[in-house]
Design a binder for this molecule. Sequence first.
Ligand SMILES: Cc1ncc(COP(=O)(O)O)c(C=O)c1O
Length: 398
Amino acid sequence: MNSISQRVKDINPSATLSLTSKVAEMNKRGENIISFNLGEPDFNTPQNIIEQGIKALYEGITKYTPTEGANFLREAISKKLLNENGIEYNSNSIIVTNGAKQALFNALMAVCDKGDEVIVLTPCWVSYVEMIKLAGGVPILVSMSEKNDFSLDINKIKKALTNRTKAIIINSPNNPTGVVYEMGQLEKLGRLAVEKNILIISDEIYEKLIYQGKKHISVASLSDEIKDITITVNGVSKAYAMTGWRIGYAAGPYDVIRAMVRFQSHATSGANSPAQFASVEALTNSKEYADFMKDEFEKRKKEMINRINKMGGITCIVPKGAFYAFPNVKYYLGKKYKKKVIRNSGDLCEFLLTEGKIALVPGEAFFCPDNVRISYSNSLENISKGMDRMENALKMLV
Ligand SMILES: Cc1ncc(COP(=O)(O)O)c(C=O)c1O
């Protein structure tokens, strides 16, 4: 019997999550792999947030919340968006979701009709394309140039527009490149989207991880017209080391958010209630810890970029946000190890995993096959040891 739907047959599994399971198995066998594949902070959730989670359990905040999220959390999100991002939303235009991932999926399910085109700027996070396909839309990949540090190229976006374009997804700070979009570029994009009546889905999950004194800009804050066509997506996962708590949110046009609530009401209902309670503490009382993590990431980034750029043949732009380096490894493609040709970045990562004992994610997963993603969410000691391993392994390629 052919029991699997065509819809699911057509989607690829998450390359990053599959690699994480593979590395865990190898480590269980005692292989001592250093992980540079992780998409989450290696820190634990701060104590004050944990305590609020425990308090919620004891105080009976253990029941269903409204689908759109508990009032106490939506009000805290509304204040956060106003005070930190300069965007005014009342809580009816906010939905709490199971991680930012579900906010993105809900948004696409709510707005895409069959055949609607959604522009995705590559390199991009692994899930956008599969989510668009699941929602019946057509992903239109528009590649941003490494020569321009992967910054927003409005002309390329303009060329990709058709009368079926429904939305564009942007992600700043960006996974995997670490690029942070500038005010001028976002203004141009916002004006274009308003003129052409296209929705912007702005994934701002790495907002708190920006370096070199750069500031995060929410595209929805740039004008009322832009706000009216923007769905801002964020969450507590990366900023407060809360990936397993599964709390994300979206704010946007009232009718779109209500449609997302309708969809979520039949898919998963409201998000985990104690985690919603603890997330209020994250958003209102945890700036110090978020800043501490950011400072640690910045030290690690310096060490990693320094080491990568000293390895022969590899070039890496300096990431301005998130916790990933995305070096170009084209120099090594076509080389051989023991007569086996390294055909692409997937082969290179496989070689580095088996011979170098380090786990990186191939650029193919982000639609950018000349690069690899190296997460610096790991200790300085492991970064130093892992970069030694990478350097030595690459020397074995001829
Ligand atoms: C760009 C981007 N957006 C969204 C998410 C999902 O975040 P969450 O864990 O809150 O669902 C991730 C997680 O890796 C991400 O990298």
